[in-house]
Design a binder for this molecule. Structure first.
Ligand code: 4NP
Length: 166
């Protein structure tokens, strides 16, 4: 199972989701082999480590984001990943525009895996205060647990592979 988390800049929300889900799934689903990655729909910060405020908030909860580097979603990602989880509706719409027809059913909102947090979107913390980063972590930890439950229950299955041309 290959899972890609997507936000706008790939320096706040999606690298947090990558690192948190890696830790939560290793603890809750140790028997499952998962490929976990993250990317942005915009290229403003390509090659940069996650935002300092994101790294510091994550580190306070035991997640080390220091080795991650921002990248942009590439056409190949729509073949590689079984599940592509957007942090908000704007990024989901961008993915829907860029993805081929055969990959549309791999696109979801990450918070679809946690029905009880009162929102479907992880808000962009970039221009907000410090509290925004804690809120992002709360939502991502809840959705990571929800996604693990869905995987354990067999509610998430890899779709049939897209045949390669030629
Ligand atoms: P992210 O946050 O999408 O969670 O990584 C943002 C990072 C940078 C910008 C916007 C959002 N920006 O406009 O540079």
């Amino acid at each position: 199972m290959r899972i890609l988390f997507v936000c706008l800049g790939n320096i706040c929300r999606s690298p947090t989701a990558e690192s948190v889900f890696r830790a939560v799934s290793a603890r809750e689903l140790p028997e499952l082999t998962l490929l976990i990655d993250s990317a942005g729909t915009a290229g403003y910060h390509v090659g940069e480590p996650p935002d300092r405020r994101t790294r510091e908030a994550a580190a306070r909860r035991g997640y080390d984001l220091s080795s991650l580097r921002a990248r942009v979603v590439e056409p190949r990602d729509f073949e590689t990943f079984d599940l592509i989880l957007a942090m908000d509706r704007q990024n989901l719409r961008t993915l829907e525009r860029r993805a081929p027809a055969a990959a549309q059913d791999r696109l979801r909102l990450f918070l679809d895996y946690t029905p009880d947090v009162g929102t479907r979107e992880v808000p962009d913390p970039y221009y907000g205060g410090e509290n925004g980063f804690e809120h992002v972590l709360d939502l991502i930890e809840a959705a990571s647990r929800g996604l693990c439950e869905a995987l354990r229950a067999g509610e998430v299955r890899p779709p049939a592979r897209i045949p390669r041309a030629g």
